[in-house]
Ligand binder design. Structure first.
Ligand code: ADP
Ligand code: MG
Length: 336
């Protein structure tokens, strides 16, 4: 589909809010775009926690030269059209807000070459001021560099944490993409040093190994996807002998979208009930699949939460699948 601006009517039904709060939100939005463009490689380069610069390079479909400026208009998207009910959304993005939001609070240089085009293009938007579209000899895909984030919004700049703190947020977001998309090769580099790399082999164990290390990958148990079920879950969960002191090692996704959900987290902890000591938590990568029209992704400005139409069903499918795997694997570990 070409990139088009949505009508005011449809745009007004889009969950509004501040999309770009910090460097990690820029990374999240740009990587979502790379994944929607069917990239198989995504490289993220960070300087000074992202405050100085954030670069995301992909090998995806690219943006056609004449459409690049449109991509920076508010509510301009190629992912939905006027017929959309804002449910049944199969892409990570759909609201056309990311590029204009980032372009209004930083200097953004976009370089892209679309499949089938001879030469690529370069376009710069500097704190809301658009430049011209120039030809550029570049490889297939898109490279977006965001520099000087929030230099024109001192109030928001003030709320950024230290470079290390912002980098750790970026690390967490990108790691969760890498775990949800094991078929995509990701790298994260910060201040010239590589922080992690996944191979994009398609095997989730390899992705876990890239993010958490080979030792942890070895101790994970497989949750098999039931292809025939309408609601299903696959992924890897830690055996009860491998635990963590907090919940940050739980990665949850619904139809390819990473989500945060206290209730789902609780359902998973319940699956481990009786297997883990008090105040210890599992490592979990749970990729849930539901019919697209069973989830509403348009409820949270940063799309971090979704609404399930049949919430209890989803929780019980996940809980049963995980419980099944851990109880078969380790009857001897059962506590009390
Ligand atoms: P949305 O993702 O909600 O459509 P964005 O503002 O993030 O809105 O992007 C606007 C449009 O620009 C997208 O719909 C897509 O057509 C195009 N686009 C952005 N980033 C990329 C990319 N990395 N590769 C290919 N196309 C892209
Ligand atoms: Mg987007």
């Amino acid at each position: 589909m070409p990139i088009r601006v949505l009508s005011d009517e449809l745009a007004s039904r889009i969950a509004a809010g501040e999309v770009i709060e910090r460097p990690a939100s820029v990374v999240k939005e740009l990587v979502e775009n790379s994944l929607d463009a069917e990239s198989t490689r995504v490289d993220v380069l960070i300087v000074e926690g992202g405050a100085k610069s954030i670069t995301v390079i992909d090998n995806g479909q690219g943006i056609p030269a004449e459409q690049l400026p449109i991509a920076f208009e508010r509510f301009a998207t190629s992912k939905i059209d006027e017929s959309s009910d804002l449910i049944s959304i199969g892409t990570l993005g759909f609201r056309g807000e990311a590029l204009p939001s980032i372009g209004s609070v930083a200097r953004v240089e976009a370089i892209s070459k679309c499949c089938g085009q001879e030469i690529g293009v370069r376009y710069v938007v500097d704190c809301g001021i658009a430049g011209i579209v120039e030809p550029a000899a570049v490889p297939q895909g898109t490279r977006i560099q965001v520099s000087g984030l929030f230099t024109n919004v001192p109030a928001r700049l003030k709320f950024l944490g230290s470079a290390n703190r912002e980098l750790s947020r970026i690390h967490k977001i990108l790691a969760s993409f890498a775990l949800i998309y094991p078929d995509v090769a990701f790298t994260l580099s910060a201040d010239g040093r590589e922080r992690f790399r996944t191979e994009g082999s398609g095997n989730l164990i390899d992705a876990v190994s890239g993010i958490y290390g080979a030792k942890i990958a070895e101790q994970m148990l497989q949750v098999e996807l039931d292809d025939t079920a309408m609601f299903s879950v696959d992924g890897l969960v830690s055996s009860p002998s491998l635990t963590r002191s907090n919940r940050t090692y739980m990665t949850l996704a619904v139809n390819g979208r990473g989500i945060q959900s206290r209730r789902l987290t609780y359902a998973i902890e319940q699956a481990y009930h009786g297997f883990l000591p008090a105040r210890r938590f599992p490592l979990v990568i749970a990729r849930i699949r539901t019919p697209l029209d069973d989830v509403d992704a348009n409820v949270h400005p940063a799309k971090a939460e979704v609404r399930f139409l049949r919430e209890d069903l989803v929780y019980s499918v996940v809980q049963r699948a995980i419980r099944g795997v851990i109880s078969v694997s380790s009857p001897v570990h059962r506590l009390g």
